[in-house]
Ligand binder design. Structure first.
Ligand code: UDP
Length: 242
């Protein structure tokens, strides 16, 4: 394993610092290192302060990237100049750089969605091996079969899109069974890659308003999004205390 990336913290949660996470991750996949990649945003950070298990899982992850504008803002208050790295973009930038033959397993989203993404990517990146794609609506009884398939296929990269914190817990439970795999929790990215859902237009992203577009797309998320102002308050409060 190469040297770990330097890290800082936001609300007691680790965040690794880099101007470009892709080359480091490409190297880890080539070396067959076991890594859990967490894409940290304000919502997840606030949940981790409530759920001790999630807090622990994030602390044990091999790579935590600043997925959300809130996390980048909080790091900026500590003098850390780091750019936002949304998980969806990390994966998009990773794929063309992977070694030929790298095995990729997609797990998550509704029936047929991950399969569609796999077909698209296999056509776009014929050098990669999209070994399996399956939806994320399985039961606990299905888990041993999925895990043994994963052990049999030994993918270098597994993308898990079950939403937060379900995907983080699953990765944490399963990663010990695959010692040479990089796992990334990708949330709703399969829906975007398949074209089922649209990502916020560039203007919203540039102005740190992706959350607002999300709220317009999925108004039922309003309660979850209350975590955003709470996160800001908590960061400011901690800055004053420390
Ligand atoms: N999902 C899934 N299995 C489940 C629950 C959710 O595969 O049991 C998928 C869902 O279809 C969607 C993704 O997980 O594709 C969750 O997306 P969301 O944008 O809500 O993720 P988050 O905001 O939590 O990262």
């Amino acid at each position: 394993m190469t040297a770990p990336l330097p890290q800082s913290s936001v609300l007691g949660l680790p965040v690794h610092l880099s101007t470009d996470y892709v080359p480091w991750l490409v190297q880890q996949i080539a070396l067959g290192t076991q890594i859990h990649v967490v894409t940290l945003n304000a919502e997840m950070a606030m949940l981790a302060l409530q759920e001790k298990e999630l807090y622990e899982v994030i602390h044990q992850a091999g790579l935590v990237i600043p997925d959300g504008a809130g996390v980048v803002w909080a790091l900026g208050l500590k003098g850390e100049r780091v750019g936002r790295c949304p998980g969806i973009e990390l994966v998009e930038n990773l794929l063309p750089r992977l070694d030929p033959g790298t095995k990729i397993y997609l797990l998550g989203a509704g029936p047929g969605v991950a399969e569609q993404v796999a077909r698209q990517w296999q056509a776009r990146f014929p050098n990669l091996a999209l070994v399996e794609a399956r939806d994320g609506y399985f039961t606990a009884a299905d888990e041993p079969q999925i895990l043994s398939q994963l052990q049999c296929l030994q993918p270098g990269l597994v993308l898990v899109g079950l939403g937060v914190p379900k995907q983080e817990y699953l990765i944490h439970r399963w990663q010990e069974h695959l010692p040479h795999t990089v796992w990334v929790g990708v949330g709703g990215s399969f829906d975007v890659w398949s074209g089922t859902k649209e990502r916020a237009p560039e203007w919203f992203r540039r102005n740190s308003l992706e959350w607002l577009y999300r709220l317009y797309q999925e108004p039922y998320r309003w309660r979850r999004m209350l975590a955003l102002p709470r996160f800001a308050l908590q960061v400011l409060r901690q800055g004053i205390i420390s």
